[in-house]
Design a protein around this ligand. Structure first.
Ligand code: CA
Length: 226
């Protein structure tokens, strides 16, 4: 899942971004409200973590602009030092899904993020399946016939994207976009390498699903063992 973090405090931005990246979210991080709105126009995020005190505009105006565009409606978690009841009510009234007061624990932020993504109306279904392979988007765990399949972060995201497409071809550019945040360098063979690692793991787990290469285009899941 791809998450936009809007936070102007560099150390906090890095800490939250690193923590959630390690937990398997593709993180894009920005420091300004204008940058957030530009990113939101370009990319369909699964969730937004939004600081209210930003240098160029108040986070509330970012939220208002976002909510004024019904076609782009990711859940929004406000993180702020403003803890007055009035501020909380204003934030929730303006369409925030969660309101978290600083200082907070990273584990709590992560739990609230997952809770928001689990709610009905979250943009997509919470699990994907194809053949005997299943991926739970909330716990970010894969399984083969119900048996857990341990996957490193990027391979888990790769499998999620292939399962999301339900047997249709996923183009390589889309995979690069999903597996890497926009400030992460992507080498030309990174996706091929991730696909071959994922293939080995799926095969070792005995899944009756394999990854087919469409040369020059992308990849898709098909029935049958490797
Ligand atoms: Ca701030």
């Amino acid at each position: 899942m791809r998450v936009l973090l809007v936070e102007d405090h560099p150390a906090l931005r890095e800490m939250i971004g690193d923590h959630l990246s390690q937990k398997g979210f593709a993180m894009d991080t920005v420091a300004l409200g204008d940058e957030a709105l530009a990113a939101l126009r370009a990319i369909a995020y699964d969730a937004v973590i939004l600081d209210l005190g930003l240098p160029d505009q108040d986070g509330m105006s970012v939220l208002a602009a976002l909510r004024a565009t019904p076609s782009n409606c990711p859940p929004v978690l406000i993180v702020t030092a403003r803890d007055a009841v009035d501020d909380r009510v204003r934030g929730l009234d303006a369409g925030a899904d969660e309101y978290i007061v600083k200082p907070f624990d990273l584990v709590e932020l992560e739990a609230r993020l997952r809770a928001v993504l689990r709610r009905p109306g979250a943009r997509d279904r919470n699990s994907y399946g194809y053949g005997d392979l299943t991926f739970d988007r909330i716990s970010r765990t894969a399984s083969v016939c119900g048996a857990p399949l341990d996957l490193p972060r990027r391979e888990a995201t790769l499998l999620e994207e292939l399962l999301r497409a339900a047997g249709k071809v996923v183009v390589k550019d889309v995979l690069e976009d999903r597996l890497y945040g926009f400030d992460e360098p992507v080498t030309s063979n990174a996706i091929e390498a991730a696909v071959s690692r994922l293939r080995r793991r799926i095969k070792a787990a005995g899944a009756q699903v394999r990854i087919e290469t469409r040369r020059g285009i992308g990849y898709r899941l098909v029935a049958g063992s490797q």
